[in-house]
Ligand binder design. Sequence first.
Ligand code: ADP
Ligand code: MG
Length: 493
Amino acid sequence: MATGIKANVKTYDLFIDGKWQPSAKGKTYEVIDPSTEEVIAHVPDATAEDVDRAAKAARQAFESGSWASMTAQGRGRILFRLAEKIRSEMPKLAELESRNGGKPIVEAEFDINDVATCFEYYGGLATKIQGHVNPVPDNALSLSLREPVGVAGQIIPWNYPLLMAAWKLAPALAAGCTCVLKPAEQTPLTALEIANWFEEVDLPPGVVNIVTGFGESAGAPIVNHPEINKIAFTGSASVGKIILRAAAENIKRVTLELGGKSPNIFFADADFENAIDGALFGVFINQGEVCSAGSRILVEKKIYSKFVDAMVEKAKRIKLGPPLDRDTKMGPLVSKEQYDRVLQYQEIGKKEAKVGAGGGRAKAFGKGYYVEPTIFYDVDNSARIAREEIFGPVAAVIPFDSEADALRIANDSPYGLAAAVWSRDIFKTMRMVKALRAGIVWVNHMQPTYVEAPWGGYKQSGFGRELGPWGLEEYLETKQVHINLNEQPIGWY
Ligand code: ADP
Ligand code: MG
């Protein structure tokens, strides 16, 4: 097809109705390895016509009963088979994820194992979707039936590409929905690769359709499509607002996970060594490209200067390197766009606060979107670097006086995705846990995430919950059924 494509660079099609198909316009775009800045694949630049084809295939698969009417056991078994296949191909998928997104290979391996676990979990849950008998006062049987919401449009980000796909596909499929999934434009490769196995695991054609492309040209048509009943979105707050407005047009159900500016709070009585590790892990894991990143580090004044010194000292030793090196702890950022954005915030931070570590490009690398792990301290909570989500390895350290002060600062944010509290005082810790306005609160840790436990935010971090039984709920409708058991006439007229 197009000229200038290297022989070793794979070209993908869209996956629609169980078949690989080029986009209607035949256009593709380049997928980049952010550590080398080289093209590693070409994928379709889909438009509304392609989304329409995908949505109709999903609708057809839903209406034909090939999925929703399959037994729950049957759907569950297919999810188990997919999980097993993903687990057995973990090294290959992890390598691709790492190359495509820049994340360290060791982290990518954890991610892919979590992907398999997510499909297993929801494979098991498929047979636990329970109805209800409603205790109405009349001589009747009143039931609540749980039914799939229909076709789900799923728009996902680039930071955990296949894991975010799994968090959305697995519960939707368990519920009996069919899907149109759009990976982020930067990181479509692992989602496309797993589509190669759908037939082998007996997933019927049209049940999962994958459309690659950009937000406005491929994402917006999903949100606008009349055959799509629900949108699940993870991404930026600004795009979340656009989606919510667009969904109003045909009253689509929407769930949004929009990131945050999560406080990681350290009291003086916390275990010091663990605390330093926890502060760094909370904000630098996955290059800080984490929606729940502990990007505001609140430290009690009694330990503040010692804490900042220790953090800075350890941050300087974090090993940056090529994503595929097993000892790399931080790879490049995902894209040039994200790299420019983070560098800009680093410049803003230099005007707003003091620089403890980093503050710019990681100069050891000739190529690639490498950024130094950066620590700003003496940050005021009103600063832009304390209010705006940066989505990169940039920490804002903020001192506090007392428990009340810590709570006030922590909750003073438009976001409310996550928070963490470090202390050995159970009374103080539990008071904080109750008063923090966040959807996830960790105590003496930050970031562990489990498919069994709910995930989602308060305030402008969005609404709806993923994972666990909560994640399944978002893909279910409730039908009330009233069965009259009284054989007498109604007798009203
Ligand atoms: P980032 O700014 O980090 O790229 P986004 O929120 O823009 O985060 O992207 C998250 C996902 O949302 C991606 O899959 C992207 O293509 C998609 N997206 C972006 N803009 C829109 C839009 N207007 N409508 C629907 N989806 C969009
Ligand atoms: Mg964007």
